[in-house]
Design a protein around this ligand. Structure first.
Ligand SMILES: [Cu+2]
Length: 200
């Protein structure tokens, strides 16, 4: 998982990979069992239907193993989700204002921008506000997405580890020009960010 712009994005991809692996194993298991039964119990080999009584061992196995699997998926999924809801101490605040159909980012010193500029290696709390309808702030490269609800403040945590430019999208249908509601996040070095934030 080289090339992702944050450790959080790597965690999300690891959980996704784990769930895909478990799903593929289950698919293979079910398919193999199905093919085996089709061949083993077809009319030629088994002309008279076999009467199957209960089998406790089998029933315990197919209750216990799937339960463990879903608990494992839940555990890792929740652990990573939880990380995204905790705002670290000393996080920088940026106010996000969504409206039909543009994003605006406002900094503590009053600077406003249509694109998001962030310093590398620093946790940022994005405070999500809507001026009109429901939107959703989606930054795919960082694997984060959060609803921006009118009349309610929501938040999102982002901590970029890599300098670069990434896409921001609105992921909640919000009207006619929703599909054009894009912006960018620019992750700058600390020095470049200081220069950018103090220049307005
Ligand atoms: Cu929108």
């Amino acid at each position: 998982m080289v090339g992702l712009p944050s450790k959080y994005a790597e965690s999300v991809d690891s959980v996704m990979l784990l769930i895909v692996i478990i799903s593929v194993l289950l698919l293979l298991g079910v398919t193999v069992a199905m093919i085996y039964f089709v061949i083993r119990y077809n009319k030629k080999r088994n002309p008279k239907a076999t009467q199957i009584e209960g089998n406790n061992t089998l029933e315990i196995i197919w209750i216990v193993i799937p339960t463990i699997l879903v608990l494992v998926m839940f555990y890792f999924g929740y652990a990573v989700f939880h990380e995204s809801r905790v705002v670290p101490k000393g996080a920088m605040n940026v106010k996000v204002i969504a409206r039909m159909w543009a994003w605006e980012f406002e900094y503590n010193n009053g600077k406003k921008s249509g694109e998001l500029y962030l310093p590398v290696d620093r946790s940022v709390k994005l405070e999500l506000n809507s001026m009109d309808v429901n939107h959703s702030l989606y930054i795919p490269a960082f694997r984060i997405k959060e609803d921006v609800i009118y009349g309610r403040q929501n938040y999102m945590v982002i901590k970029p580890d890599k300098v670069g430019t990434y896409i921001i999208a609105c992921a909640e249908y919000c009207g006619l020009r929703h599909s054009l509601m894009y912006s960018k996040v620019h992750v700058l070095s600390k020095k470049d960010f200081e220069k950018w934030i103090s220049d307005f």
